[in-house]
Design a protein around this ligand. Structure first.
Ligand code: SD4
Length: 301
Protein backbone atom coordinates (compact mmCIF):
# COMPACT_ATOMS: atom_id res chain seq x y z
CA UNK A 1 0.00 0.00 0.00
CA UNK A 2 0.87 3.64 -0.22
CA UNK A 3 2.93 5.21 2.53
CA UNK A 4 1.78 8.39 4.22
CA UNK A 5 4.30 11.09 3.26
CA UNK A 6 5.96 13.43 5.73
CA UNK A 7 8.41 16.33 5.61
CA UNK A 8 10.40 17.75 8.52
CA UNK A 9 12.95 20.51 8.73
CA UNK A 10 15.07 22.32 11.27
CA UNK A 11 13.62 25.57 12.70
CA UNK A 12 10.09 26.95 12.83
CA UNK A 13 10.33 29.46 9.93
CA UNK A 14 10.94 26.54 7.60
CA UNK A 15 7.24 25.66 7.62
CA UNK A 16 7.39 27.69 4.37
CA UNK A 17 10.00 25.35 2.94
CA UNK A 18 8.00 22.33 4.08
CA UNK A 19 4.93 23.66 2.27
CA UNK A 20 6.81 23.62 -1.04
CA UNK A 21 8.23 20.15 -0.40
CA UNK A 22 4.78 18.91 0.58
CA UNK A 23 3.32 20.20 -2.69
CA UNK A 24 5.95 18.22 -4.61
CA UNK A 25 4.98 15.06 -2.69
CA UNK A 26 1.26 15.69 -3.18
CA UNK A 27 1.83 16.02 -6.92
CA UNK A 28 3.33 12.54 -6.87
CA UNK A 29 6.92 13.75 -6.77
CA UNK A 30 9.66 11.83 -5.02
CA UNK A 31 11.40 12.65 -1.74
CA UNK A 32 14.56 13.83 -3.50
CA UNK A 33 12.72 16.47 -5.54
CA UNK A 34 10.73 17.43 -2.45
CA UNK A 35 13.76 18.19 -0.28
CA UNK A 36 15.58 19.82 -3.18
CA UNK A 37 12.76 22.23 -3.93
CA UNK A 38 11.92 22.69 -0.27
CA UNK A 39 15.31 23.99 0.80
CA UNK A 40 15.42 26.33 -2.18
CA UNK A 41 12.88 28.48 -0.31
CA UNK A 42 15.21 29.81 2.42
CA UNK A 43 18.11 29.85 -0.09
CA UNK A 44 16.25 32.47 -2.12
CA UNK A 45 14.97 34.42 0.90
CA UNK A 46 17.05 37.58 1.51
CA UNK A 47 15.71 37.80 5.07
CA UNK A 48 17.11 34.42 6.00
CA UNK A 49 20.65 35.42 6.92
CA UNK A 50 21.83 31.86 7.49
CA UNK A 51 21.17 30.33 4.09
CA UNK A 52 21.90 31.24 0.46
CA UNK A 53 21.11 34.74 -0.82
CA UNK A 54 21.38 37.23 2.03
CA UNK A 55 23.50 34.88 4.14
CA UNK A 56 25.94 36.53 6.53
CA UNK A 57 29.48 36.58 5.11
CA UNK A 58 32.77 35.31 6.50
CA UNK A 59 35.01 37.74 8.37
CA UNK A 60 36.38 39.07 5.08
CA UNK A 61 32.91 39.86 3.77
CA UNK A 62 32.53 36.86 1.45
CA UNK A 63 29.31 34.85 1.42
CA UNK A 64 30.38 31.20 1.08
CA UNK A 65 27.80 28.43 0.96
CA UNK A 66 27.81 24.78 2.02
CA UNK A 67 25.18 22.21 1.03
CA UNK A 68 24.61 18.51 0.57
CA UNK A 69 21.92 16.15 -0.62
CA UNK A 70 21.35 12.39 -0.22
CA UNK A 71 18.77 10.09 -1.78
CA UNK A 72 17.34 6.66 -0.94
CA UNK A 73 20.10 4.77 -2.74
CA UNK A 74 23.18 6.22 -1.03
CA UNK A 75 23.70 8.72 -3.84
CA UNK A 76 25.33 11.81 -2.38
CA UNK A 77 26.55 15.20 -3.53
CA UNK A 78 27.96 18.18 -1.72
CA UNK A 79 29.46 21.59 -2.31
CA UNK A 80 31.53 23.60 0.11
CA UNK A 81 32.90 27.12 0.03
CA UNK A 82 30.72 27.93 -2.97
CA UNK A 83 30.39 31.63 -3.87
CA UNK A 84 28.02 33.62 -6.13
CA UNK A 85 25.30 30.96 -6.62
CA UNK A 86 21.99 31.31 -4.79
CA UNK A 87 20.96 27.66 -4.93
CA UNK A 88 23.88 25.72 -3.50
CA UNK A 89 21.61 22.69 -3.14
CA UNK A 90 21.15 22.54 -6.91
CA UNK A 91 24.92 22.49 -7.35
CA UNK A 92 25.18 19.71 -4.75
CA UNK A 93 22.65 17.76 -6.80
CA UNK A 94 24.69 18.42 -9.95
CA UNK A 95 27.73 16.96 -8.18
CA UNK A 96 25.62 13.92 -7.31
CA UNK A 97 24.03 13.38 -10.71
CA UNK A 98 26.40 14.85 -13.29
CA UNK A 99 29.88 14.08 -11.98
CA UNK A 100 31.75 10.94 -10.86
CA UNK A 101 32.53 12.72 -7.56
CA UNK A 102 30.68 13.37 -4.33
CA UNK A 103 32.23 16.61 -3.00
CA UNK A 104 33.40 19.66 -4.95
CA UNK A 105 34.58 22.90 -3.36
CA UNK A 106 35.05 26.56 -4.23
CA UNK A 107 36.00 27.57 -7.76
CA UNK A 108 35.37 24.07 -9.09
CA UNK A 109 31.85 24.04 -7.70
CA UNK A 110 31.20 27.47 -9.19
CA UNK A 111 32.47 26.27 -12.56
CA UNK A 112 30.17 23.24 -12.45
CA UNK A 113 27.22 25.52 -11.71
CA UNK A 114 28.05 27.90 -14.56
CA UNK A 115 28.57 25.02 -16.99
CA UNK A 116 25.02 23.94 -16.21
CA UNK A 117 23.59 27.36 -16.94
CA UNK A 118 23.29 28.69 -13.41
CA UNK A 119 23.70 32.42 -12.96
CA UNK A 120 26.54 34.14 -11.11
CA UNK A 121 25.09 36.56 -8.57
CA UNK A 122 26.09 38.79 -5.70
CA UNK A 123 24.84 37.09 -2.54
CA UNK A 124 25.79 39.83 -0.09
CA UNK A 125 22.71 41.93 0.58
CA UNK A 126 22.88 45.45 1.97
CA UNK A 127 21.43 44.19 5.24
CA UNK A 128 24.08 41.48 5.64
CA UNK A 129 26.90 43.79 4.61
CA UNK A 130 25.76 46.29 7.22
CA UNK A 131 25.67 43.59 9.90
CA UNK A 132 29.17 42.49 8.92
CA UNK A 133 30.57 46.04 9.07
CA UNK A 134 28.99 46.45 12.49
CA UNK A 135 30.61 43.20 13.62
CA UNK A 136 33.99 44.34 12.31
CA UNK A 137 33.99 47.31 14.70
CA UNK A 138 34.10 45.22 17.87
CA UNK A 139 34.89 41.67 16.86
CA UNK A 140 38.65 42.00 16.70
CA UNK A 141 38.34 39.42 13.96
CA UNK A 142 37.96 36.68 16.54
CA UNK A 143 36.58 33.19 15.73
CA UNK A 144 35.20 32.93 19.28
CA UNK A 145 32.83 35.81 18.62
CA UNK A 146 31.54 33.91 15.62
CA UNK A 147 30.29 31.12 17.91
CA UNK A 148 28.60 33.70 20.12
CA UNK A 149 27.02 35.26 17.06
CA UNK A 150 25.74 31.89 15.88
CA UNK A 151 24.15 31.26 19.28
CA UNK A 152 22.50 34.67 19.12
CA UNK A 153 21.03 33.86 15.71
CA UNK A 154 19.81 30.50 16.92
CA UNK A 155 17.96 32.29 19.75
CA UNK A 156 16.23 34.29 17.05
CA UNK A 157 15.08 30.99 15.64
CA UNK A 158 16.45 31.45 12.18
CA UNK A 159 19.12 29.17 10.95
CA UNK A 160 20.53 26.48 8.68
CA UNK A 161 17.93 24.29 7.01
CA UNK A 162 18.18 20.53 7.13
CA UNK A 163 15.17 18.78 5.61
CA UNK A 164 14.06 15.14 5.42
CA UNK A 165 11.18 13.67 3.44
CA UNK A 166 9.42 10.35 3.07
CA UNK A 167 7.45 9.95 -0.16
CA UNK A 168 4.42 7.80 -1.02
CA UNK A 169 6.71 5.05 -2.30
CA UNK A 170 8.30 4.82 1.14
CA UNK A 171 11.59 6.35 0.02
CA UNK A 172 13.60 8.80 2.10
CA UNK A 173 15.83 11.69 1.04
CA UNK A 174 17.47 14.64 2.75
CA UNK A 175 19.03 18.02 2.01
CA UNK A 176 20.97 20.52 4.06
CA UNK A 177 22.07 24.03 3.07
CA UNK A 178 23.69 26.96 4.89
CA UNK A 179 25.88 30.01 4.65
CA UNK A 180 27.62 28.54 7.68
CA UNK A 181 28.75 30.33 10.75
CA UNK A 182 28.62 34.09 10.29
CA UNK A 183 32.02 35.83 10.24
CA UNK A 184 33.83 32.49 10.10
CA UNK A 185 37.46 32.28 9.08
CA UNK A 186 37.95 32.12 5.34
CA UNK A 187 37.50 28.57 4.06
CA UNK A 188 35.82 27.32 7.24
CA UNK A 189 33.46 24.40 6.67
CA UNK A 190 30.97 23.19 9.25
CA UNK A 191 28.91 20.03 9.43
CA UNK A 192 26.21 20.99 6.95
CA UNK A 193 27.87 19.79 3.70
CA UNK A 194 29.50 16.75 5.34
CA UNK A 195 27.59 13.54 4.69
CA UNK A 196 27.30 11.72 8.01
CA UNK A 197 27.66 14.92 10.03
CA UNK A 198 25.07 17.45 8.77
CA UNK A 199 22.94 14.84 7.00
CA UNK A 200 22.58 11.11 6.61
CA UNK A 201 19.95 8.87 5.03
CA UNK A 202 19.73 5.08 5.03
CA UNK A 203 16.55 4.08 3.27
CA UNK A 204 16.26 0.85 5.29
CA UNK A 205 16.28 2.77 8.56
CA UNK A 206 15.71 6.51 8.40
CA UNK A 207 17.37 9.88 8.02
CA UNK A 208 18.76 12.59 10.25
CA UNK A 209 20.02 16.14 9.86
CA UNK A 210 21.67 18.64 12.17
CA UNK A 211 21.96 22.28 13.06
CA UNK A 212 24.03 24.27 15.52
CA UNK A 213 27.78 24.63 16.03
CA UNK A 214 29.05 22.55 13.13
CA UNK A 215 32.43 21.86 14.70
CA UNK A 216 30.65 19.92 17.44
CA UNK A 217 28.32 18.02 15.10
CA UNK A 218 31.30 16.86 13.02
CA UNK A 219 33.09 15.68 16.19
CA UNK A 220 30.47 13.00 16.85
CA UNK A 221 29.52 12.23 13.21
CA UNK A 222 26.16 13.54 14.35
CA UNK A 223 23.59 12.57 11.74
CA UNK A 224 25.17 9.20 11.05
CA UNK A 225 25.15 8.48 14.78
CA UNK A 226 21.44 9.29 14.94
CA UNK A 227 20.69 6.90 12.07
CA UNK A 228 22.74 4.15 13.73
CA UNK A 229 20.77 4.56 16.96
CA UNK A 230 17.55 4.21 14.98
CA UNK A 231 18.97 1.08 13.33
CA UNK A 232 19.37 -0.37 16.80
CA UNK A 233 15.75 0.30 17.67
CA UNK A 234 15.71 3.79 19.14
CA UNK A 235 12.79 6.06 18.28
CA UNK A 236 13.78 9.15 16.21
CA UNK A 237 13.68 11.43 19.30
CA UNK A 238 15.62 9.00 21.49
CA UNK A 239 18.19 8.49 18.71
CA UNK A 240 18.69 12.27 18.51
CA UNK A 241 18.99 12.40 22.31
CA UNK A 242 21.70 9.72 22.35
CA UNK A 243 23.78 11.66 19.83
CA UNK A 244 23.43 14.83 21.92
CA UNK A 245 24.47 12.87 25.02
CA UNK A 246 27.51 11.60 23.20
CA UNK A 247 28.62 15.17 22.60
CA UNK A 248 28.17 16.14 26.24
CA UNK A 249 30.21 13.12 27.24
CA UNK A 250 32.95 14.13 24.81
CA UNK A 251 33.06 17.80 25.75
CA UNK A 252 31.88 17.99 29.33
CA UNK A 253 28.80 19.75 30.64
CA UNK A 254 30.44 23.13 31.35
CA UNK A 255 31.48 23.64 27.74
CA UNK A 256 28.31 21.98 26.41
CA UNK A 257 26.19 24.58 28.18
CA UNK A 258 27.80 27.26 26.01
CA UNK A 259 27.08 25.46 22.76
CA UNK A 260 24.03 24.44 20.79
CA UNK A 261 23.36 21.50 18.53
CA UNK A 262 20.05 20.09 17.42
CA UNK A 263 19.05 17.00 15.47
CA UNK A 264 15.85 16.02 13.70
CA UNK A 265 15.13 12.50 12.48
CA UNK A 266 12.59 10.61 10.41
CA UNK A 267 12.35 6.84 10.25
CA UNK A 268 11.10 4.44 7.61
CA UNK A 269 7.66 4.25 9.25
CA UNK A 270 7.22 8.02 9.03
CA UNK A 271 7.82 8.62 12.75
CA UNK A 272 9.64 11.85 13.52
CA UNK A 273 11.56 13.32 16.43
CA UNK A 274 14.06 15.93 17.49
CA UNK A 275 16.39 16.72 20.36
CA UNK A 276 18.78 19.52 21.19
CA UNK A 277 21.61 20.24 23.57
CA UNK A 278 20.17 23.47 24.98
CA UNK A 279 16.75 25.13 24.70
CA UNK A 280 15.28 27.15 21.84
CA UNK A 281 15.41 24.55 19.10
CA UNK A 282 12.34 23.89 16.95
CA UNK A 283 11.34 21.46 14.21
CA UNK A 284 8.83 22.21 11.46
CA UNK A 285 6.70 19.25 10.36
CA UNK A 286 4.21 18.65 7.56
CA UNK A 287 2.09 15.55 7.08
CA UNK A 288 -1.47 14.61 6.20
CA UNK A 289 -2.64 16.06 9.53
CA UNK A 290 -1.29 19.47 8.54
CA UNK A 291 1.51 21.83 9.46
CA UNK A 292 3.10 21.90 12.89
CA UNK A 293 5.99 23.47 14.79
CA UNK A 294 7.43 21.21 17.46
CA UNK A 295 9.42 22.63 20.36
CA UNK A 296 12.40 20.34 20.79
CA UNK A 297 13.16 18.75 24.14
CA UNK A 298 16.67 19.63 25.33
CA UNK A 299 19.28 17.78 27.37
CA UNK A 300 20.42 20.90 29.28
CA UNK A 301 17.29 23.07 29.17
C1 SD4 B 1 27.43 25.37 10.56
N1 SD4 B 1 25.66 23.94 11.32
O1 SD4 B 1 27.93 25.87 9.56
C2 SD4 B 1 25.95 25.16 10.61
C3 SD4 B 1 25.32 26.36 11.21
C4 SD4 B 1 23.99 26.09 11.82
O2 SD4 B 1 22.27 26.61 13.21
O3 SD4 B 1 23.38 25.09 11.66
N2 SD4 B 1 23.46 26.90 12.62
O4 SD4 B 1 28.09 25.04 11.54
Amino acid sequence: GKVSPVVISTWAPNVKANAVAWQVLMNGGNALDAVHQGVMVPEADPDDQSVGYGGLPDRDGRVTLDACIMDHQFNIGSVMYLEHIVHAITVARLVMEKTPHVQIVGEGALRLALEHGMKKENLLTEKSEKAWREWLKTAQYSPMTTVENLLERIKNNHDTIGMLALDQHGNLSGACTTSGMAYKMQGRIGDSPIIGAGLYVDNEVGGATATGVGEEVVRVCGSHSVVEYMRHGYSPADACKEAVKRLVKARGETLARKLQIGFIALNKKGETGCYSLNGDFTMAQRNQQGEKVIQSPALLP
